[in-house]
Write a protein that binds this ligand. Structure first.
Ligand code: PGA
Length: 250
């Protein structure tokens, strides 16, 4: 039985006071004990978020990290810095990092490897572009992103990985993959894991769906056997919406 996860990717939203007020609504809410809840605020407020959630079951993730230990990397943040404020979970490979900031599979793979080596858990994101779905190459694109992004990750280390399938055409567009499209891809991902690792790994790894998940469509998406929760952008910025999505994952 895989424990579902609902993770809020706040992206570049919420300043300090907005972070405190959203988190105070989340920590005081009655949430199901069988759903893991994650929030990923901006770097600037991560430490406050760790403090605000310290007496709750909500975990705090970073939205990115640099693979290097330290050095002349202006504007970057290391794993050690995150660890020093109590963060040990990171989102990697998000399509906005890939498309806007040019992160390649190789760059992302370095970050994945370094993160798991120092004991972090990783929410690893991938997904096809609209043109790739239209031309029917989406399964191959996803398999390629998985094999390159997870290169060198051992069976045992897969315990530290959560996958997040996010079709790029569904991110922030209001257009969601249908539950059938999402299930079909999640089942493909599980077969990929069976072949690349083992059936045991394939049955253990949580695979989240992301892309315009809302209170109104979460239940139908999460009802599918291979969908273990969601990575939520826009709807994670409003407590009542996020909590409704958490409840849908129970
Ligand atoms: P969205 O974003 O829910 O706003 O579509 C999802 C994501 O980018 O993780």
């Amino acid at each position: 039985m895989r424990t579902p996860i609902v993770a809020g990717n706040w992206k570049m939203n919420k300043d300090l006071s907005e972070t405190k007020s959203l988190l105070s609504e989340l920590v005081s809410a009655d949430v199901p004990s069988n759903v893991e809840i994650v929030v990923a605020p901006s770097f600037v407020v991560l430490e406050s978020a760790v403090n605000a959630t310290s007496n709750s079951t909500i975990a705090v993730a970073a939205q990115n990290v640099n693979a290097a230990a330290n050095g002349a990397f202006t504007g970057e943040t290391s794993l050690n810095m995150l660890g020093s404020i109590g963060v040990n979970l990171v989102i990697l490979g998000h399509s906005e990092r890939r498309d806007i900031y040019g992160e390649t599979d190789e760059i992302i793979n370095k970050k994945v490897i370094q993160s798991i080596e120092v004991g972090f858990r990783v929410i690893f994101c991938f997904g096809e572009q609209l043109s790739e779905r239209k031309e029917g190459s989406h399964f191959n694109v996803v398999s390629e992103q998985l094999s390159l992004g997870l290169k060198g990750v051992t069976d045992q280390q897969m315990d530290q990985i959560v996958l997040a399938y996010e079709p790029v055409w569904a991110i922030g567009t209001g257009e969601t993959a249908t539950p059938e499209q999402a299930q079909e891809m999640h089942s493909h991902i599980r077969s990929f894991l069976s072949d690349a690792y083992s059936t045991e790994v394939a049955s253990k790894v949580r695979i989240l769906y992301g892309g315009s998940v809302k209170p109104g469509n979460a239940k139908d998406l999460f009802a599918n056997p291979d969908i273990d929760g969601g990575l939520i952008g826009g709807a994670s910025l409003v407590a009542s919406d996020f909590l409704a999505i958490v409840a849908a994952a129970e």
